[in-house]
Design a protein. Structure first.
Length: 383
């Protein structure tokens, strides 16, 4: 998708949200603005709102990322369950579909989402990128005796991306305003943002009253809460090696993991190669780099790097030690060829005694006395 199409989509979503806001002012709905590290604007409008269920549509804009989706929630006794689906894209033609499930009961709220990348591999700079599949789950808890406070925990994993485990806290002094802090345990990073949540069809005075927190936190009010899902389009990456890319494997030296760098005959040995790039003094591990292991013209095998390490198990049938060197300077695409020079180990030769040849045609039988000269020949008596 070119920039013109992206701009057209952007205008379409803007008009969509503006029309929803116009519709919501006369009916019901929710608008939310995040200010800070997680800044975005989003709107939820109920399409069908009854005593027991709500069907809705929701749109979002944040930092060049746009989302549009639909959901349905059902209230039954003292719990609320719902499903939703969203299409998310950015200005670079990266796109993803998500399917979500949510459940609320009293002070607990559970969310789970499955994400499916829709775009194909695209070349950007010196790497190919593609939107990753993944999932996330989260659980929030709000004490009944302290309705202004909320604690939450979340876990997410996207293909070829590190796991994310977060803890969060929320303070809501009035229905309109809340303060949020999230702590990323993996990166030891803290993010904070202010959240403004406005309910259409409700007076501003009601939303500024602290005593109305319980009203806006009830299950009926939660039917108009915005659906929770991750709007970050996480990417899978494949490196493209060329002359401008500084590939070190590692530091021009490849290592053999066999003991004493000696290949044991008839046993399985492991070759491993570290693959990473170095930019501005920082080292980046490379995934999905294809490493081909060769010995002369014989290809021992092919391995793909994961977390910067490519491993190959093979069995040797001849005694040899391998000198390993990299041909990465001559690589094309994302393939590194690792070659080996076999060195025959010289064994010391044990000398054997020389044995004189035997005449097999007419062997000479020495006389008995020559064989044993000390024993006299016996005399045969005459008859």
């Amino acid at each position: 998708m070119n920039n013109q199409k992206s701009k057209s989509l952007f205008m379409f979503i803007c008009l969509y949200i503006i029309s929803l806001e116009s519709y919501a002012i006369e009916t019901k709905g929710t608008a939310q603005i995040n200010i800070g590290d997680e800044k975005h604007i989003s709107v939820l409008i109920p399409l069908k709102h009854t005593e027991t269920y709500t069907s809705f549509t929701q749109g979002l804009i944040r930092d060049g990322i746009y989302s549009l989706g639909f959901g349905h929630r059902t209230e039954n006794d003292d719990y609320l369950i719902g499903i939703n689906s969203f299409y998310t894209m950015d200005e670079k033609d990266k796109s993803r579909l998500s399917i979500g499930f949510e459940a609320s009961k009293n002070e607990f709220k559970f969310n789970a989402n499955q994400y499916f990348g829709l775009d194909d591999w695209m070349l950007e700079s010196n790497e190919y990128t593609k939107t990753a599949d993944g999932f996330d789950v989260s659980l929030a808890f709000r004490p009944q005796k302290a309705p202004s406070f909320l604690g939450k925990v979340s876990y997410s994993k996207f293909e070829k991306n590190p796991e994310l485990f977060k803890l969060g806290a929320n303070y809501q002094p009035i229905p309109l305003l809340s303060f949020n802090l999230d702590y990323d345990l993996n990166n030891e990073d803290i993010t904070g943002y202010i959240q403004l949540t406005y309910r259409f069809g409700e007076t501003l005075a009601d939303q500024l009253e602290p005593n109305n927190l319980a009203k806006y936190q009830s299950l009926q009010a939660q039917r108009l809460d915005l659906a929770k899902f991750d709007t970050n389009l996480y990417q899978q990456k494949k490196i493209v090696l060329d002359e401008s890319t500084n590939i070190i494997s590692p530091l021009k030296t490849l290592t053999l993991s066999a003991l004493n760098e000696f290949v044991e005959v008839g046993e399985t040995n492991t070759l491993q190669v570290k693959v990473f790039s170095q930019k501005n003094g920082e080292i980046f591990l490379l995934d999905d780099v294809i490493v081909k292991f060769k010995s002369d013209d014989l290809v021992l095998g092919v391995a793909t790097s994961e977390n910067g390490l490519a491993r190959l198990d093979f069995t040797s049938y001849e005694p040899a030690s391998l000198n390993i060197f990299s041909l990465s300077d001559q690589t094309q695409s994302n393939t590194i060829t690792v070659s080996f020079i076999e060195q025959v180990i010289e064994q010391p030769i044990i000398p054997t005694p020389e044995v004189p040849p035997v005449d097999e045609v007419n062997p000479e039988v020495p006389p008995v006395d020559e064989v044993n000269p000390e024993v006299p020949n016996p005399e045969i008596p005459e008859p």
